[in-house]
Design a protein around this ligand. Structure first.
Ligand code: PNS
Length: 162
């Protein structure tokens, strides 16, 4: 049985993330999509909100995918979950430098855990949570970039802030 961890901020979950989750769910027996609890970053959606949203979206779509949260070192968490693989999505060359550093640092910390990179469908290669938030905040449409419930939450959130 191969267990893969797909870690990230997922603030919020986009169709790009779902594309990577779908590919991972086909390749691995179990996929744990894990949200980083990061005290240094002020997220738009709380960890609880993201967990709830992601479970709502992912549970009906994939039978071998679960949503979890983690803090501390990713490799410690992966070991605790008995995961052999870390999945990361890579969109463009610009992602490469950061991902390369992280993958090799994680390998140094835990040589038995392998990082696997996947490319999303081309139509998502320019999509990021950061841009989705910016567009939504400025009143633009993020339809087709995130699931409907995420879009609704974004609209609500920015309406509240005004
Ligand atoms: O979605 P993101 O923000 O690009 O995800 C980054 C993430 C969560 C994969 C990375 O920040 C991480 O693994 N953080 C946990 C702390 C850790 O293990 N740091 C050392 C990495 S070499």
């Amino acid at each position: 049985m191969t267990t893969a961890i797909y870690p990230g901020s997922f603030d919020p979950l986009t169709f790009g993330h779902i594309d990577i989750i779908e590919r991972s769910a086909r390749l691995f027996d179990n996929v744990i999509v894990s949200i980083l609890i990061n005290a240094q970053k002020a997220p738009l959606f709380s960890v609880d909100e993201r967990t709830e949203l992601m479970r709502q979206i992912l549970k009906p779509r994939f039978r071998n995918v679960e949503v979890d949260v983690f803090h501390g070192l990713l490799v410690d968490y992966a070991r605790q979950k008995k995961a052999q693989v870390i999945v990361r999505g890579i969109r463009a060359v610009t992602d490469y430098e950061y991902e390369f550093q992280m993958a090799l640092m994680n390998r140094r910390l835990s040589p038995d855990i392998e990082t696997v990179f996947m490319m999303p469908a081309e139509k998502y290669s320019y999509l990021s949570s950061r841009l989705v938030k910016e567009i939504a905040e400025l009143g633009g449409s993020v339809s087709g970039l995130v699931p409907d419930i995420v879009e609704k939450r974004l609209v609500q959130r920015f309406k509240k802030e005004k």
